[in-house]
Design a protein around this ligand. Structure first.
Ligand code: FMN
Length: 323
C-alpha cells in the first residue's frame, strides 16, 4: 500500500486514541504487529502557542516509524501553520487531520467531526495542511457525517482526494452516534468505490473474523484497530498472515502479566510517578480480564498509590497465579 510517497509494508493501523496511544503503548503495538501508529489528536492551537503539554504529546522515537501525528483545529491557517511546525520539529511520516472527534468541547468550535457539517471548511483546513507540508503525505480520519440524515463521507472523501490527501480513514458512525450501535461498513465500501487513494477501514474490528469480513465486504486497503488493542496489543500479530514463529498471538496469563509489567516499566520511564501509576491502572483494567479472580485483582490495582506497590502486586500475581 502506498500513501503518497510513503510505502506501507503492513497496512495494519493503530487508531489514534486520546489518553491511550502514547509512546509506550505505540511501541508495544509496533512490536506486536502494528504496521503504522498514530499519536492521539493534538490541538493545532496548542502547537502554535508552543504549549509544552501539547508538544509532549507528539514526541516519538524512530522505532515507532512509520508514525502519523494527528492534528485537530478549526482555523485553516492555524492548522496549516501547526502542521508546518510539527514537520520542521519532528519530521513525522504522516500528518493526519481529525474530522472524527464527537466531543462537544471540540465540535462546538467547529473542529473534529463538526467539519463534516461544513465541507467547505473541511476543504480549506485540508488544503492549508497539504500546502504546508509538501514533503510528507497528509491523511484524514473522519466519521460518516454529523447524523443519519447527513451522511457525507463519500462526498467528503471525493473532495479530499481532489485536494491531494494521501489516504482516508473512515470510522463509519455519525457524530450523534458517538460509540453506540455498529459501524456502517457499507459506507467504507461506497467510499472505496468513489476514490482512487487508499481507504483505511475502521470500526468494530475485534477479531480475525471481523478483520477478514471488513476486507471482503468493503475492499478497503488497510484496517485500523482501536479499542480491540486495549489490554491486547498483540491483536495485530493475530491479524497478520506472516507472523514470525516467536510472535505473541494468544498469550497465556503469565505472558500477559509480563507484557503488563513491561508496559508499566515503560510508563515509569516516560512519565513522573503519579502519572505512570494512574496510566498503569487504566491499562491493567484492560489487561487483567477473563480469568478466575480477575475483578478482584483489578480492584486491588485500583487502590494502589505508588509504583512500589504496583511492582509488588504484579509479583504477587505471578506467585499466586503462575507458580
Ligand atoms: C479512548 C478513545 C480515544 C479516542 N481518541 C481519538 C483521537 O484522539 N483521534 C481520533 O481520530 N479518534 C479517536 N478515537 C476513535 C478511534 O480512533 C476509532 O476511530 C474508534 O474507536 C473506532 O474504532 P474501534 O472500533 O477499532 O475502536 C478514540 C477512541 C477511544 C475509545
Amino acid at each position: 500500500m502506498q500513501i503518497g510517497n510513503l510505502k506501507i509494508l503492513n497496512p495494519l493501523f493503530l487508531a489514534p486514541m486520546a489518553g491511550i496511544t502514547d509512546h509506550p503503548f505505540r511501541i508495544l503495538c509496533r512490536e506486536m504487529g502494528a504496521g503504522v501508529v498514530f499519536t492521539e489528536f493534538v490541538s493545532a492551537n496548542g502547537i502554535i502557542r508552543e504549549n509544552m503539554k501539547t508538544l509532549e504529546l507528539m514526541k516519538f522515537t524512530d522505532n515507532e516509524r512509520p508514525i502519523g501525528i494527528q492534528l485537530f483545529g478549526e482555523t485553516p491557517e492555524i492548522v496549516g501553520n501547526s502542521a508546518k511546525m510539527v514537520y520542521d520539529m519532528l519530521k513525522p511520516d504522516i500528518i493526519d487531520i481529525n474530522y472524527g472527534c464527537p466531543v462537544p468541547k471540540v465540535t462546538k468550535k467547529g473542529a473534529g467531526s463538526a467539519a463534516l457539517k461544513d465541507l467547505c471548511l473541511m476543504d480549506d483546513i485540508t488544503q492549508a495542511v497539504v500546502e504546508a507540508v509538501p514533503e510528507i503525505p497528509v491523511t484524514v480520519k473522519m466519521r460518516a457525517g454529523w447524523d443519519q440524515d447527513n451522511l457525507v463521507s463519500t462526498e467528503a472523501g471525493v473532495r479530499m482526494e481532489k485536494i491531494g490527501v494521501g489516504a482516508i480513514t473512515l470510522h463509519p458512525r455519525t457524530t450523534k452516534q458517538q460509540f453506540s450501535g455498529m459501524s456502517n461498513w457499507s459506507l467504507i465500501k461506497e467510499l472505496k468505490e468513489a476514490v482512487n487513494i487508499p481507504v483505511i477501514g475502521n470500526g468494530d474490528v475485534n477479531s480475525l473474523e471481523d478483520y477478514n469480513k471488513l476486507l471482503n465486504e468493503t475492499g478497503c486497503d488497510g484496517v485500523m484497530i482501536g479499542r480491540a488493542a486495549l489490554g491486547k496489543p498483540w491483536i495485530f500479530n493475530s491479524l497478520k498472515t506472516n507472523t514470525s514463529a516467536d510472535a505473541v498471538i494468544n498469550p497465556d496469563l503469565s505472558q500477559i502479566i509480563n507484557i503488563a509489567q513491561r508496559h508499566f516499566l515503560m510508563l515509569t520511564e516516560y512519565y513522573n510517578n503519579s502519572l505512570s501509576v494512574n496510566l498503569s491502572k487504566k491499562h491493567f483494567n484492560y489487561y487483567f480480564k477473563g480469568f478466575n479472580g480477575a475483578s478482584n485483582w483489578r480492584k486491588q490495582f485500583m487502590n494502589i498509590k505508588n509504583t512500589d506497590e504496583i511492582f509488588s502486586l504484579l509479583n504477587q500475581m505471578t506467585k499466586e497465579l503462575i507458580n
